[in-house]
Design a protein around this ligand. Structure first.
Ligand SMILES: [Zn+2]
Length: 154
């Protein structure tokens, strides 16, 4: 269920992002997602859920690329960073302190989107431009790798 909710958040974020390009509909090739190890999201499960959810939508064919972010904690006593181990109750191995500061591992955000922006004629919803035509016409489409600021709400 967690992955289903996550996918809904992703789709909402993508729909907001799409509106930045209105009236054009960007053709999304890849969505790069950062998923922290401490989010309890199973990447493979999320990809499966995503593929089902985007079927038949404007995002059909968009690949979800997941970048796993390891869990890193910071020891509150000596300031060292460490890899928390659930079997050690996430305590720091250096000073045996409980994990109070997480440096990374809670990320759940869209880092970037690879897309092309078809021109106005081919952007009608439901009639995506053929891939070969789009990639063979550098003047009308420019591949983009845009930073993506909006993080899906948890
Ligand atoms: Zn320490």
């Amino acid at each position: 269920m967690h992955e289903v909710d996550m996918t809904k958040c992703l789709l909402l974020s993508m729909t907001e992002w799409r509106q930045l390009h209105a009236p054009h509909t960007p053709r999304v090739n890849r969505v790069h997602l950062q998923v922290g190890a401490f989010t309890c999201v199973e990447p493979a499960q999320l990809v499966t859920t995503w593929l089902v959810a985007v079927r038949g939508s404007w995002l059909e064919g968009a690949e979800l690329v997941i970048e796993a972010v390891p869990l890193v904690g910071r020891c509150v006593r000596c300031n060292a960073t460490y890899s928390p181990d659930p079997e050690q109750a996430y305590r720091s191995p250096c000073c045996d302190q409980s994990m109070e500061e997480i440096v990374s591992g809670r990320e759940l955000r869209i880092r970037s989107v690879d897309y092309v922006l078809p021109d106005a004629i081919s952007s009608a919803a439901g009639s995506p431009a053929p891939t070969s035509q789009a990639s063979a016409s550098p003047r009308e489409t420019a591949p983009s790798h845009a930073p993506f600021a909006t993080a899906p709400a948890l």
